[in-house]
Design a protein around this ligand. Structure first.
Ligand code: FAD
Length: 280
């Protein structure tokens, strides 16, 4: 399945401690061997990880030489602070951003910010920086949980593209048909940017269900039952998870997905095992 034109990317969150940052370097070195198109580093909505995101982006780019894309969200952030951050990223030589609305953690007590939706953030980035950045945006094959309906969500996605998004990364999902159907609907709506499936390796049942319930990613009932059945046997769960997600990736690539974006949760081995299994 090796195909050099496939767009491979890996996502990390900014560690809280120096020890976490040191461990992240080791994980990134392993993943850098796969020659990804880029690494990305998440951003806590409302600026809650601003310094740590900037630091992790600097360290990642310096240590691996891989193009590194900061995520940037607008909810809870002022126009002035977003402008400052964009200038900083330009001065650091950053060429790619992942632009999001974000979700404010409950209890942060912040206002909504100056820009309401990701489409406003994309337009703002283009207005401030022209074509400097390749802008990734989020897409939701299973529909964003707050959307009125699938059609409205698709049209809002199209607005992000019109505002200047270069390509998109999807929320993760476990059903290849959801992606294929979404791509068909995008094509029928004249949305023509590359849409890369987001891939979540399966390593921990409790964390996966909690996170999926929060972000609206559907775990099919049979899969929940299967994962539940491993109980404390995490090794077997990981083996099954690696097989299952590898098959999902193969189906997506066969269906024409232009690449894969892995949510690594700062662990190299689960993503690496999947890449090796499908000979990426
Ligand atoms: P939007 O595109 O603005 O959409 C949000 C909702 O508003 C949707 O329901 C949409 O249909 C609706 N909508 C959009 N425009 C309009 C309009 N004009 N009128 C009415 N409704 C509208 N979160 C973080 O906090 N930090 C991260 O680093 C981060 N990284 C992510 C990376 C990826 C690849 C993905 C898929 C998600 C990530 N998220 C991150 C989560 C994301 O912030 C949430 O899913 C958030 O709820 C929506 O963000 P968005 O950019 O898709 O928002």
């Amino acid at each position: 399945m090796a195909n050099s034109s496939l767009r491979l990317s890996f996502e990390f969150f900014p560690p809280k401690t120096a020890q976490g940052l040191a461990k992240l370097k080791t994980e990134q070195t392993l993943l850098a061997n796969k020659n990804p198109e880029f690494f990305s580093v998440t951003y806590g909505a409302g600026g809650s990880t601003r310094e740590r995101t900037v630091e992790a982006v600097k360290e990642t780019a310096a240590n691996t030489g891989i193009n590194t894309a900061p995520h940037l969200s607008c909810v809870g952030d002022s126009i002035e602070s977003l402008k400052t951050l964009l200038e900083l990223y330009q001065s650091m030589g950053v060429k790619r951003l992942v632009a999001l609305r974000g979700d404010l953690p409950s209890g942060m007590g912040l206002g909504r910010g100056d820009l309401k939706y990701a489409q406003d953030l994309v337009a703002f980035i283009r207005e401030q920086t022209g074509d400097h950045f390749h802008i990734e945006v989020a897409a939701y094959p299973e529909v964003h949980p707050e959307a009125k309906n699938a059609k409205a969500d698709l049209l809002h996605f199209k607005e992000k593209v019109k505002a200047g998004a270069s390509s998109a990364i999807t929320q993760y999902f476990f059903n290849a048909d959801a992606y294929c159907d979404f791509i068909e609907r995008c094509q029928a709506t004249n949305i023509n940017i590359p849409i890369i499936p987001g891939i979540m390796p399966i390593t921990d049942y409790t964390k996966l269900t909690r996170f999926s319930d929060m972000c609206g990613a559907e775990i099919p009932r049979w899969l929940r039952k299967k994962l539940e059945s491993f109980g404390e046997d995490n090794d077997s769960l990981r083996d099954f998870g690696c097989d299952f997600i590898s098959q999902l990736c193969e189906r997506l690539l066969q269906a024409g997905a232009p690449g894969l974006h892995f949510y690594t949760l700062n662990q190299a081995i689960p993503s690496l095992s999947i890449c090796n299994k499908i000979a990426l």
